[in-house]
Design a binder for this molecule. Sequence first.
Ligand code: ATP
Ligand code: MG
Length: 197
Amino acid sequence: MSGATPDPDGATPLDPDEREGLRFSHITTRGELNELEQANIQDGLLWLSRRRIRNVLTEDFMRGLHRRLFGQVWKWAGEFRRTEKNIGVDPLMIAIELRMLLDDARWWVEHGTYQPLEAAARFHHRLVFIHLFPNGNGRHARIATDAYLEESFDHPPVDWAAGHDLLHTSERRNAYIAALREADKGVYQPLFDFVGI
Ligand SMILES: Nc1ncnc2c1ncn2[C@@H]1O[C@H](COP(=O)(O)OP(=O)(O)OP(=O)(O)O)[C@@H](O)[C@H]1O
Ligand SMILES: [Mg+2]
């Protein structure tokens, strides 16, 4: 995406095919796209707050949530990624890896393996590491993690932005991306610090 606002560090670039799925042909800048996505996300959050069924730890929820958050902007919202990215597992492994993560996340709840925020941090990192979708993985996974905290632990959400701007280059975003990169190497402490453990 061209325009005044460059992609922040840690954002995944879109393939031409994926860009084809944009429902608005007039968009030329990252700023315009952000605004449309943000409006869609507000609707998605409303849907999330109103739903009754407790199914966060299912593929159905993970895909449905992405569709609710981004479906007014992207035709491929809610569909798993089909192309390789610089982040993420092989596209053919997405469904399998997700299934293992959801099973693990359920196990952690049932066995009290981790305190809620530690389970949330581990869940969040695994989810973005798999990188389910062509775009919107960070925003989807932050919201999904909060839904996991609420549904499985009756715990308040993570303060992701902490009064800063997480979508654009900022100290807070740099700390977030740096913490995820450490977690890629198995070093979870920076991410635990980030979520406020
Ligand atoms: N090294 C990494 N390991 C794991 N996850 C990462 C890494 N680098 C970036 N990420 C995650 O990928 C996200 C970017 O992917 P994507 O562009 O699909 O999400 P997004 O929601 O559009 O981005 P944004 O975070 O800017 O809102 C980051 O927000 C972060 O959650
Ligand atoms: Mg992005």
